[in-house]
Structure formats: structure tokens, C-alpha cells
Design a protein around this ligand. Sequence first.
Ligand code: PLP
Length: 468
Amino acid sequence: MTTKNTKPLIYKSTRGQAKELYFKDVIFEGLASDGGLYIPSIWPELDNDLISAFKTMSYQEIAFHVLKPYIDTSLTDEKLKEIIRESYMSFTNDEITPLNKIDEKEYLLELFHGPTYAFKDIAMQFISRLMDYYLTLDNKKINILGATSGDTGSAAIYGFESVKSSNVFILHPYDLISPTQRKFMTTVSSKNIINIAIKGNFDDCQNLIKEIFSDEEYKKSKQLGAINSINWARIMCQITYYFYSASRISDSEKIVFSVPTGNFGDILAGYIAKKMGLNFSKLIIGTNENNILDRTLKTGEHTIKDVISTSSPSIDIQISSNFERLIYDACKDASTVSELMTNLKNKKSYTLPTKMREYIQSYFSSDTATKKEVEETISNYFNTYKVTLDPHTAVGIACGKKQKQPEEILVTLSTAHPAKFKETVSKIISDESFVTEKVRSLDKLEEHMIIANNSSSEIKKLIDEQVA
Ligand SMILES: *Cc1c(COP(=O)(O)O)cnc(C)c1O
């Protein structure tokens, strides 16, 4: 029951020009120096016997086996187990990511039992502890800089709360996230937490981060660390729940996972699970009206349009960063990736070569859920099953139902707790019993945030004021 590969993995950039890294360094990287994203040079495969044995293992035990092949000798098995155990202690469900069975052919994989009510906690609780371990060892400090479409920010703030040496700078699009999402971040009153509301959308926030991180000198002098979903460690942590959920469902080869998708980090982890040997049917990319990925799969044209503000703000994204990792894997050719990405930057568009599109379609299908479909789904599930959905999960279900074959088992990733979107959800179902005490109490706390223009020099100034 061991993994087939024993040598430590090397991580390479999708654009082929940045230096290769081992695990210990890659987890602190956002963007590679050539503008690409780091990706393991091979996908480690797990033995079938080990995957079968997952059926009787806990979430934490499965996590150990899934993560271990990605890690090098800088972290012992004992330390890895300890970090995993501590990371999931704050979750309110013993299963960590329990399956909610709707019927024989449908499940919800609940990823929102962490401290900030969205799936981002699963990776962030782990990464903060992992980084803290390495930083303490090397007697170093870090300042976290990240952009959020609503949920990464609070997950990072809660994750790094215990890492006392770090400042956390979080950029969110001003007025474009739900009030409860905002309050999860702005009510944490600690001097080292800086919430910055940017007058722009999430893509603007993400671009500011990319711009600041591409200034190598600045990044070094301010000891900046990235925690956005382009960070490899986040993707890695998300692989676990695909293995976990499949291990709890018989006929798991018939599963289709439907994933409400924005930056393509969550669903990419499902693709990697398949590469590691998990046998299931397909992945469904669920999008709202910001459906660049659905259009890409259907037409091959990856064309950026204006971001529309919807009831599922965490996926109001046109620049889907992690998609670059998939297109790299679909061609294994850094120069092709660089060319496509240059087109995207200069012309806001590229055409996927047919072979690559066919490769992607063999793993993924896609669909778009409209505002009306999201509302109908929330209302139906409440009336029929007494299940209250958040709008993102509703996007996943609506797209999943349109794409799944009758014999397939639909597992929708339930990415957020409905209370985090109570303003939207309570209007649709006219019921507020799903709102938890924790969320209610946020409404009574004082908020702290700075409003800033969409300008990297303004952000740098704010960082400079805080970091000597
Ligand atoms: C971040 C997020 C998503 C999208 O995940 P990506 O990895 O960006 O595709 C979906 N739903 C919720 C609630 C989120 O917070």
C-alpha cells in the first residue's frame, strides 16, 4: 500500500522559463517568474489497493496518502499527519466534508463546515500551518497578499490568525461581494489584518496581485507570499475530497462531479484526482452568466467579456487563472501555452487548438446556469428535500442536471454554506432558519476596511505603511 513514485517531485512552470522548484519552495510561490503557474512534472499515481482501502479510512488518513506524493523530505510523515490533524480540528462536522444524499443518483458534497463557511477553508487551514512550520524552521516571516472574489479572503484571515508574525493584505472588489462575505473578513479586528476594497471587479484585484508579484525585488523586500488559488498547495489540498467522496459511494465509477467554477482551482483538483488513478466518469464545469469556460469548451474560443455581477459572486470571473494548468497538461508544451497566454493578454482571446479541445472534452463537459435557473433550483430543493442551497451550489446542480447521463451519479460540490449568502437565499425561500448564530453575530460587530483605487502603487503604499 505505497505510492508508486518515491523520488521527490519537481515543479515546473507552465511557460517553461522559470527555475524548477521542490515542494518546500513551490508552496510560497504565486506566479512563476515567467508569468506561468507551477505544476508537478508528473502526476503521481496511487495503487488501486490503496484507493480501495480509502473506504474505511478517515478524511484525515486519506488526506495523508493523497498529499504525501507531492511533498519532499523537508516534511516528515509524522509532521504531515500532525498538520493535517490540526487543520481539520476547527471543522464542525466529524466527516470534514460529509456527503448529503439526495437520492440514489444524487449527492451534495458539503465543503462548507470550516470556520468561514466555504470550501476555501479546507486548503487555507492546512497551508497556514504548513507555511508557519517552514517559516519557524528558517526563522523567517511572511506577509500574505491575496485577492478574493469573496471566500478566499476570510479563509486566509482565519487561517493565518494563529501565525502571529505575518500581516495579511486582502483585496476584494468593492461592493461586489455579499455583505456576509465581507463581514467575515472585516470584523476580524487585528492590527495585522488589512482589508482593502478595490474600486473594480475581481479580475482587477487579481491583476493587481499579479502585477505586484511580478516585481521580484519588491516581493523579496516585503517578504510577500501568495495564497491565491494559483498557489499549488491549495490545489493539492482539494484533491482529497474527490477521493474521500468516491470512497463513500458504491459504483463510484459512475460519478460525475459538478463544480461551480470561477478560477478553475476546485475542479482542477478533480482532474488531478483522475490522473492519480481515481476512476469516475466526468467533471462538469458549472458557470453562471460569466461563462467563458463553457464557451471555450463548446466553441474553442476563449474570449474575455465584461464581468457581470450575479447572485453567485465568488464565480463572477472572466480570467480563470488555473485553466492555464489544464491547457498545459493538454499539450505538455510550454511554448504553446506561452503563445496562447500572450494572445489572451494582448487580444483578450485565444483559440484552443482542436486536439487540445478534444483532450479537455474527454475529461470535462460544461454548462451555464442563468439567474432564473439558480432561483428555481434553490426553491425546488427547499420545497422538495428541505435542503437550503447557497447560490453557487445551485449553479453546480443546475449545470450538473443538464449535463449528466441518466445512469450517472451526480455529486455536486456544495462550495458554500447558504448563510454566507443569506441576503439572496432568504428572498427566494422566505425562510431564515438556515442562518446560523455565528453569521447573525457578525452583523453586530464593527467593520474595518480601506477603500482604494484600482492602482498597484496605491496598494504598495498601503503595504509600505504596514511593513517597515
Ligand atoms: C471560490 C469559490 C468557487 C469557485 O472555485 P474556483 O476554484 O475559483 O473555481 C465556487 N464557489 C464558492 C462558494 C467559492 O468561494
